[in-house]
Design a protein around this ligand. Structure first.
Ligand SMILES: Nc1ncnc2c1ncn2[C@@H]1O[C@H](COP(=O)(O)OP(=O)(O)OP(=O)(O)O)[C@@H](O)[C@H]1O
Length: 407
């Protein structure tokens, strides 16, 4: 058994999101001399992910919360598709916009399924439809419905609670999802998995998603376009990550992205955009001789051992396999695994943490896709830098020399 499927371009799913347009939107808080957001114009296309980033107090959250009217604009209008939502009933409006906050915001004494079904129940859906939708959504966010539907949030990790928060926000199939620092409260590894999961969900559903973050790297990873704000909700730049890095519009933006611009190239290239190599797989209990023959035929010394669900559990070489007649249930405490939507930055991080020269690629559901090598990542970065900074020949020469030195 050899896994050879690499993710193809496929057919893009239908966009189910709606456009969002802010027209001269201003927010003045009582008692403040300056507006928190002043005459902001902004158009977000249907189906795109836009991230808001900028220093503390620049008006990111205020802008986000005006879109679902948790904060009322002092002036200006906001349109979702062609509806002027500043004239709509705010409670009704909020039932049609998904909203995710940092700590998940779940009702702690409600089971997962009750939390996820909250808005559909309010909308009067029947039980069967709510149950079906809940099962679909838990599956979508990577939680086994059988295991988690009846659990209470307090018996789950922060990352799992956040997954439930996303499922709940999507329950009534809203065209727009607003997220305020959604991954701010989880550890860095969980954060990467949640980001990847969100990108996979977005690929499937194509909602319009607006995310507030204070982390520029997260903003470039998640955003099709990034909105960089300065004090008073002033737009410094609104563009794709690549455009921002190549041509910072203002000194503020240049300072904001700082000296990490070259490495930041790694944050907007995805694993699925680079070469993913096939791997040889084996199941526990298979004959070691047969697996070895398969690996030799595929000209590799590494075999990926899968559990009964088809998820990789270990990555032994042929010498380790040869130690027993059958494939043993090897345990690899630190198997480097990334998702197709992971950035090359995440992939390098995984490889370095596991001290490996590559990582396995799996979908968020755990299905094995293939292998991405350290060399592939470095070469991709080098090509990108050559394109982005054509005058920096010395850098390319340096990498060349280092590469040769490393043999
Ligand atoms: N309820 C409020 N009353 C008065 N002023 C407020 C209120 N909420 C926010 N502000 C002020 O409005 C400005 C913008 O705040 P906002 O929370 O939108 O910024 P932010 O960019 O999201 O910041 P952070 O990254 O720290 O969350 C800040 O100066 C803040 O102090």
């Amino acid at each position: 058994m050899t896994t050879t499927d690499t993710p193809g371009p496929g057919t893009a799913p239908e966009i189910t999101g709606a456009s969002i347009r802010l027209d001269g939107v201003t927010k003045r808080y009582r008692g403040q001399t300056e507006p928190a957001v002043a005459a902001l114009d902004l158009t977000i296309e249907a189906g795109e992910i836009v991230t808001f980033v900028g220093p503390s107090g620049c008006g990111k959250t205020t802008t986000l919360k005006m879109i679902n009217r948790l904060i009322e604009p002092s002036a200006g209008r906001i349109f979702i598709d062609d509806r002027d939502i500043t004239r709509e009933n705010p409670d009704k409006l909020r039932q049609s916009i998904g909203y995710v906050i940092q700590s998940g915001g779940l009702f702690p004494h409600w089971s997962v399924e009750r939390n996820v079904g909250a808005v559909p129940r309010m909308l009067g859906w029947d039980r069967a439809r709510i149950a079906e939708r809940t099962e679909y959504l838990l599956d979508l966010v990577g939680l086994d419905p059988e295991e988690y539907a009846k659990r209470l949030p307090r018996d789950m990790s922060g990352g799992q609670q956040q997954r439930v928060g996303v499922a709940r926000a999507l329950a009534a199939d809203p065209p727009v999802l607003l997220m305020d620092e959604p991954f701010g409260a989880v550890d860095p590894m969980t954060r990467v998995r949640l980001q990847d999961s969100l990108l996979e969900i977005h690929q499937e559903l194509r909602k319009t998603i607006v995310i507030v973050t204070h982390d520029f790297e997260e903003a470039t990873k998640l955003g099709d376009r990034v909105l960089i704000l300065s004090k008073g909700g002033h737009v410094e730049q609104f563009a794709t990550p690549a455009e921002i890095l190549a041509n910072p519009a203002t000194d503020f933006v240049a300072d904001f992205i700082g000296s990490g611009a070259r490495l930041a190239q790694l944050t907007f290239t995805r694993v699925r955009d680079v070469q993913i190599d096939p791997v040889v797989t084996a199941r526990v209990g298979e004959s070691s001789a047969e697996v070895t023959a398969r690996a030799r035929a595929a000209r590799t010394r590494w075999v990926t051992v899968l559990d009964r669900h088809g998820r990789p559990i270990a990555w032994p070489n042929l010498d380790e396999i040869a130690a027993a007649p059958e494939i043993a249930p090897f345990v690899e405490p630190r198997l480097p695994v990334v998702a197709p939507s992971s950035t090359l930055h995440d992939a390098l991080d995984e490889m370095l943490a596991a001290r490996q020269n590559g990582a396995l690629v799996t979908t968020v559901g755990g299905k094995l896709v293939g292998f991405v090598g350290f060399r592939t990542v470095v070469e991709t970065l080098r090509n990108q830098l050559d394109e982005a900074y054509p005058d920096e020949q010395a850098y390319a020469d340096f990498v060349e020399a280092t590469d040769e030195g490393a043999g």
